[in-house]
Design a binder for this molecule. Structure first.
Ligand code: HEM
Length: 307
């Protein structure tokens, strides 16, 4: 899933890999993410940059390669001047509506790096948890398969099918309730402010525990049960806005949420139409938080073609 969503984001952002060594970038991202448990813990503790952590030099080398590969690609695109319909073209053409200022190469590289890292691993994990949950809950898998068959008939999955895959969408939403790919987000208070009778001091790091909220018994009925019915329109109606926030909330809500959901439904439909995924394990793998919520051990699945 990581490879698939990576290919999709790279194609959407810059019309394909261009001069970038995709395998090396992918390895770089994995190296970058490996010590992120530490990076995240240190940032919560407000630790200064020089505090060492395991894997720090590898992570630095990986981000260095990513940045230089992307900066080289931007320079090439400026020189080439060819018209392409992708995110790089939009960023190159973007100008501040008031001042007319355009972005520097470094700003464009920052944006692209954010899109690459924020835009593929999360979706890949949402999909991985969905495949695992379906393998453990055949009664829902049957419903998903029959919806995909009914919507796509004998042909391939097409863009107009995506909005019709309503039960499949509920399944993906429910997978992100139990296993939110981004289980925690943080904010730093830029000034002191009152919150529920407490005074939050300037500089305090505030943790928004998305995973805990999604598993809260005061908010959800049988929170540990895999129940895609929670997302049927009549059941979702009236739910508190912040009861469910896999994509965050507020002004910095995930900019790619619509993209991610469309992408995930398309991948689920294409994969499940072609293959049946089974797991050898008797229970769901335990999750572990490493910025994102990953299966603790490799979650191996058996793939059988569907006749
Ligand atoms: C299931 C998949 C995804 C999940 C669960 C997810 C989750 C999130 C969350 C929780 C945030 C907010 C972080 C915060 O408030 O601190 C966020 C931000 C962001 N996401 Fe996603 N995301 C997903 C897919 C994507 C995709 C496909 C893209 C790009 C196409 C993307 C691009 C971004 C960007 C650029 C931000 C930063 C937005 C900002 O700060 O204004 N995400 N995402």
């Amino acid at each position: 899933m990581m490879r698939t969503t990576f290919d999709i984001i790279v194609k959407t952002m810059m019309s394909g890999p261009g001069g970038i060594d995709v395998v090396r970038v992918e390895r770089g991202i994995t190296d970058y993410l490996k010590p992120t448990g530490w990076i995240f813990a240190l940032s919560i503790l407000n630790a200064p940059d020089w505090v060492p952590y395991p894997g720090r030099s590898r992570a630095r080398a990986a981000t260095g390669y990513l940045r230089s590969a992307i900066t080289g690609m931007i320079a090439q695109r400026r020189r080439g001047g060819e018209a392409r319909e992708d995110l790089v073209a939009l960023l190159l053409a973007a100008a501040d509506p008031v001042t007319g200022r355009v972005m520097t190469d470094e700003e464009i590289a920052d944006n692209l790096l954010t899109f690459i890292t924020a835009g593929h691993e999360t979706t890949a994990l949402g999909l991985a948890w969905t495949f695992l949950l379906l393998a453990h809950h055949p009664e829902h898998e049957v419903k998903v398969l029959s919806e995909i068959d009914a919507v796509t008939a004998d042909g391939p999955v097409r863009p107009e099918h995506i909005s019709e895959l309503t039960y499949t969408r509920q399944v993906f939403s429910e997978a992100m309730t139990l296993y939110p790919p981004a289980p925690i987000i943080t904010r730093t208070a830029t000034s002191a402010f009152p919150l529920s009778g407490f005074m939050v001091p300037k500089g305090a790091v505030i943790v928004v525990p998305i995973h805990a909220v999604h598993h809260h018994a005061a908010i959800w009925e049988q929170p540990e049960r895999f129940n895609p019915g929670r997302f049927a329109p009549e059941q979702a109606k009236g739910r508190h806005r912040y009861a469910y926030m896999p994509f965050g909330a507020g002004p910095r809500i995930c900019i790619g949420s619509a993209f991610a959901q469309m992408e995930a439904l398309a991948i689920l439909a294409v994969m499940l139409k072609a293959a049946r995924l089974r797991t050898k394990a008797g229970s769901m793998p335990a999750p572990i938080m490493k910025v994102t919520l990953r299966p603790r051990a490799d979650a191996e699945m058996l793939v059988e073609p569907r006749s």
